[in-house]
Design a protein around this ligand. Sequence first.
Ligand SMILES: Cc1ncc(COP(=O)(O)O)c(C=O)c1O
Length: 428
Amino acid sequence: MRGGEETRVTSEKAIDAIRPLVEEHFERKDDDFVPGESTIQLSRPTFGPDEVTEAVESLLSTFVTMGEKVDQFEEKWSDYVDTRYSHMVNSGSSANLLALKALQGDVIEPGDEVIVPAVAWSTSLFPIVDIGAAPVLVDIDPETYTIDPEAFENAISDRTEAVVLVHLLGNPCDLDSIVDICDAHDITIVEDCCEAHGARYDGQDVGTFGDVGTYSFFFSHHISTIEGGMVITDDETISERVRMARAHGWIRELDDTEDVTEAHPDIDPRFLFASHGYNLRPTEIQGAFGIHQVDKLDQFVKQRRQNAAEITSRLSEYDDVFRFFEEDERAYCSWFAYPFQVRESAPFSRDDFQRYLEENNIETRPILAGNLARQPILEEIDHRVSGALSGAQQIHDTGLFIGNHHRLDDEMIDYIVSIVEEYVESQT
Ligand SMILES: Cc1ncc(COP(=O)(O)O)c(C=O)c1O
């Protein structure tokens, strides 16, 4: 099926035939919101006819493994975040693994410590263990949901080589303070931006402050490639290591293969393995989605920001029972979700509030994995906890989030606000 003018023509014919049907399908209005009956979901699909027809084109061409469309998405992503190299992978977790893997040896050696906030995703932490280093859990600031700079500095030991920053819920970390601390202590920065697409700090995209940054394009995120992720860096060596480890560790990804091929004339250069690696490559279907999704990101983020501002302003009179998140003036938060923290002084518990939301068809979930130090897997991992983790525990005990996405409209926001008001009024 590959190649050939005739194949291209029949493919275009098929796409032209299905495009109107695909558009009609996505325009259907069978999910009108009915207050009290419909569910306010944590996320809604971000893709439509553009992504589906682009993906069908890949299928028809039979070029389905990592190729031109992935390249195109990588280029667009580099332009979007303003970085030198973007390498697409099959998930955000894989992106984190490759980011850490690229630092193994040169920067991080077995037994070294890598700092990670105690509220993060499991796979923000696991890759630290995978490369033979020890995670050090530090507290977050419960006002911002991100790593507490003071707790971070206090956690630094003479074995600390790197930090995995997590821009949690799309809120950029206090990068001014963190970057200064890292410069002073010669600490390498990995930025986990898996929840922070489109987020900026002082006008600069998150992911570009450190040595290497990662993104996830899982279905429920700001934009999606179904499953998928990206590693970004300005560093040529990191870029090459990521590419090699993404694809089996073979030399096809090396810029200069001459030395290694000459040294091993008995091995077919196509199957010459010069570094440790995995197979974490994405497919062209995912690349096809990404090409179109990136163009929609700014609008989606704008919508999320408007939603958040609206909900917060309408519920602000309840700041005696909820702790609302306020954006720092240097930050442009991309609002992965809408979080609530129920104050300890409130006359109801987080669990009761959460139950009420769920009973009224508003989906909820904990803030990521809560305090990671409480997760049973940590008992099996050689790690260190620095400080009391009281902020992380506060999030664990009092936090939850509801959906905040591009499809949340005025009617849904009215409904959310009315349910929260109804609950608080019934309790006070
Ligand atoms: C902060 C953070 N890091 C990493 C990941 C992993 O991404 P993925 O689900 O694409 O593997 C997630 C997933 O949501 C996340 O929230």
